[in-house]
Design a protein around this ligand. Sequence first.
Ligand code: BV8
Length: 256
Amino acid sequence: MKRLKQDSSDIKMLAEKVAGYLVNAQRITFLTGAGVSKESGIPTFRDAQTGMWANYNPEELATPQGFKRDPKLVWQWYDFRRKLLGDAKPNPGHEAIVELEKFVPKVTVVTQNIDGLHQKAGSTDVVELHGSIKRFFCFDDRHDADDVPFGLEDPPLCHCGSMIRPGVVWFGESLPDGAFSRGIKECESSDVVFVVGTSALVQPAASLPYSAHRRGAKIVEVNMEATPITDLADVFLQGPSGETLPLVVASLKALK
Ligand code: BV8
């Protein structure tokens, strides 16, 4: 049922339907985006940028060209976001994904997020399609750089003389070796693929649910609003993932 503006009884009934998919599932994959971290206080990628960032387009800042054009601005944008993350904690949505590891033999998280909250929550198999804001390497040769202090005005320099940048994948850059192929493999071998908190606009991540669907996986979308994936989904759970995913876990426990 894809009726938008689902009420609580709809959501409960749909959560029970999803739990039914999980009773005998051997492998499930969660493809997550910024929405899963929203209830941890992390603005989503497309939320209106807050404060001083209101006048900048993230898709311009998150590019090698943007960094070369204005290294100070891009560096400070990531420093601001990294600080936001500092004391962010996983929310009940992250925790529900971890709890499912008790009931399903294999649970993989393929995330577009760079915030590390899935790992912090305790997920044991996480693929970071777009890297991590907590890692750094140099712009020219990708020499790893140790942890960089907060509050630098400008990007520090690598021992090779190149500017150090955040260890994330920018627009126009390839995904880390093996990450996307691992994402395809997990989505194509899963009984159920959850697509949680993503606008499903950025490629090639947004193509993963289609790979899963072609192989017959059940697709469960969790979002506040419809996306390009909604029509593909077997179930669309409309609501915050911090509320809907724990409902699925509670329904599964009642079935076990
Ligand atoms: C690449 C890291 C190969 C940086 C990010 C076709 C094929 C291949 C490439 C392309 C293609 N078409 C276009 C491209 C180019 C480009 C692209 O996709 N552009 C878009 C704009 C069309 N793709 C690339 O460049 C990729 N590279 O393809 O390499 C290549 C190489 C060279 C030359 C050619 C090809 C690399 C893309 C990676 C970019 N890096 N992040 C950083 O974060 O600073 S992308 C960034 O935005 C995120 O990582 C995420 O992937 C993306 C979208 O964000 P979402 O996570 O979806 O968040 P968003 O805000 O959009 O949505 C939040 C959702 O949550 C909403 O739906 C909302 O309703 C929902 N929500 C809110 N609250 C809640 C909630 N849901 C549940 N609960 C809640 N409480």
